[in-house]
Design a protein around this ligand. Sequence first.
Ligand SMILES: O=C(CO)[C@H](O)[C@H](O)COP(=O)(O)O
Length: 237
Amino acid sequence: MADATEAGKMVAARRAVDENIKKGQVVGIGSGSTIIFAVERIGERNKKEALNLTCIPTSFQARQLIQDHGLTLGSLETSPEIDVAIDGADEVDDNLYLIKGGGGCLMQEKIIASCAKSFFIIADTRKNSKVLGTSWKKGVPIEVLPMAYRPVQLKINQLLGGKAELRMASRKAGPVVTDNGNFILDWVFDGAQDWPAVERTIRDVPGVVETGLFLNMAAAAYFGTADGNVLVRTSKQ
Ligand SMILES: O=C(CO)[C@H](O)[C@H](O)COP(=O)(O)O
């Protein structure tokens, strides 16, 4: 099963890279386990085709991946406009609404996606859902200022129901600390939601820095299966 999932991630990543990355572009590089296959493919092509890309990372992990594959590392300061961004997702629904941030990198991922002319999602087929929350049961990640995590937690519970849980680290005592020095709450919800309304409600709580809801951002999602097939779903808009 694990190998089948990895195979699905790989075919989706390679196809998205081959269809969307062109010479001379500024490319946003997402975070997680699926993006590793995409950067490997970009590195492979770069050796053959001298792609001359500038790659903008969404995390510490992405920065290392870019450098490990001999690609040129850029920043939003020098390249504020991105041609294409590629990233993974935790779940994708029928509207191409996404839950992201399972790896805790949601804030920089959303900024990079917002600067990109086109934003593509790569995932294994498990992530392809009709309704968010069908396969991803860990909730919507919410990045919060550490000093505000407790009131934010209470307010979200009151406003939306469900439960906003402080994400704890697994190999360190205490909470997960993001690349931006913040904490993460995972809002575990029940049933179908009005996602634009949920996004507005969460963002309006002082202390919230960003949410892992990416609405109306992705142009297409590539879902790979172990047998090498890739389903491409494009935005309806
Ligand atoms: O949003 C993310 C990290 O913040 C990842 O893109 C998301 O969690 C998917 O990760 P993976 O490719 O490992 O399934």
